[in-house]
Design a protein around this ligand. Structure first.
Ligand code: GLN
Length: 270
């Protein structure tokens, strides 16, 4: 037996917010689930031995660098939560700007294609927040299976395609969006991302392999006036703008994320 406050003190090497999320994830403690308010108001609340065993295994996973989202099995994105597993990248807050940019350009009945949907978060958000018709692809069948489950639970109607970027895509779209793998193979940030699929993270030697493939083929799948919107690395804005301009896109522009980094670049096919 131990109190909530003693457990928090013993795990002060982990982020406090993560510890509180784990405590709130426990089955009922003394009759009801813990909440952040209850943790503050009653830190003397006793944790059972069963609860401590569960917490010990979660804390060990977190300490080993596993994302909290994999431990909880879910991640918040826009107004909903998606189920996540190690088969998919954990949706990041900066990717919400990809959705916002897409929504600004959409009108009813537009056709949207998402390339590399992972958990399905982006496609689901666009389907739920607009009247567009959404198609989403991934090369990973495990990712597609999870995305389908998420979409069904959230009531998003999406057409799913197993496709290596455009290989299985037919027809033309008003908007193509993607958060492709864009980290360079030797980037030191990868050391902190060992639990997520490399396929969803690494974009070749300079990180831009997937973006080059998408930019090259997107015009074959865009209507005149349609747009391509890409998420990219914090230091890739100038190179992505140059790739789009060289391919013939116009109105090429980049938006920053909340950390102030260039993050989303779009171009229009004339
Ligand atoms: N934004 C992710 C990160 O830096 C990378 C996602 C990606 O490669 N698409 O952790």
């Amino acid at each position: 037996m131990s109190s909530v406050s003693a457990w928090l003190r013993a795990h002060a090497d982990l982020a406090r917010i993560d510890c509180e999320r784990l405590l709130c994830e426990l089955p009922a403690v003394a009759g009801s689930a813990l909440t952040p308010a209850r943790i503050r108001a009653a830190p003397e609340t006793t944790l059972s031995d069963d609860a401590l065993v569960l917490l010990a295994s979660w804390a060990a996973r977190r300490r080993a660098g596993e994302p909290l989202a994999y431990i909880l099995g879910r991640q918040g994105f826009r107004a909903f939560e998606v189920e996540v597993s190690p088969a998919v990248l954990v949706p990041r807050p900066e990717t919400e700007h990809l959705v916002e940019t897409a929504l600004e350009h959409l009108t009813n009945g537009d056709r949207v294609l998402e390339l590399g949907c992972g958990s399905g978060a982006v496609a689901i958000a666009i389907a739920l927040e607009s009247a567009a018709r959404v198609t989403a692809t991934d090369v990973s069948c495990a990712a597609l299976a999870l995305a389908r489950v998420n979409a069904r639970r959230l009531g998003a109607a999406i057409e799913w395609l197993a496709s290596d970027w455009f290989t299985a895509v037919d027809g033309r779209f008003d908007l193509i969006v993607s958060n492709p793998p864009y980290i360079a193979a030797d980037d030191e940030h990868l050391d902190a991302l060992t639990h997520e699929p490399r396929l969803a993270l690494v974009g070749g030697p300079d990180g831009l392999d997937a973006i080059r493939r998408i930019v090259a083929a997107a015009p074959d799948h865009l209507r005149a006036g349609g747009r391509l919107i890409l998420e990219h690395g914090y230091d890739q804005g100038a190179r992505v703008r140059a790739l789009l301009a060289a391919r013939g896109f116009v109105g090429v522009a980049t938006r920053h994320d909340l950390a102030g980094h260039e993050r989303i670049t779009e171009g229009q096919w004339p």
